[in-house]
Design a protein around this ligand. Sequence first.
Ligand code: T46
Length: 134
Amino acid sequence: MDYKLINMKVFGDERGKLISLEGNRNIPFEIKRVYYIYDTMPDFERGKHAHKNLEQIIIAIDGSCQFVLDDGKTREEIWLNRPDVGLYIGKNMWREMRHFSYGCKLMILASEYYDEKEYIRDYGKFIEEINTSF
Ligand code: T46
């Protein structure tokens, strides 16, 4: 399973907390794109796709949600609920996002520019791709 949770260094004092994210330093790739997701209601699910050529770090800046991660052989559930923990997801990993808390805000750092062509949005095709490329 090509994913891991990364604990970010927190600079905290009586004024509050600050976390710095730097490409090729505490983020294990060059950051080409940043996007964020908010206002997703608890009954809705997102994701349900894989990427052929994309690495990402996802941080729950506020609130929580669950990620289902699947490499075609194993399926695991991860809760994201801390602004100081980033979820790294490598290439060829199916992901689903669900159980969004009210007010959940996710910030995502991506290794590539947006390219719809490199999404695999069909689970059957994902399994086919995994079996043909390995
Ligand atoms: C992922 C999870 C965690 C763009 O035009 N540019 C972008 O950079 C992105 C990310 C999306 N879009 C468009 C494509 C769709 O028309 O925004 C719309 C919603 O995207 P999508 O349905 O793919 O959103 P999610 O939340 O299902 O998935 C997103 C990312 O697409 C995906 O890479 O890993 O968040």
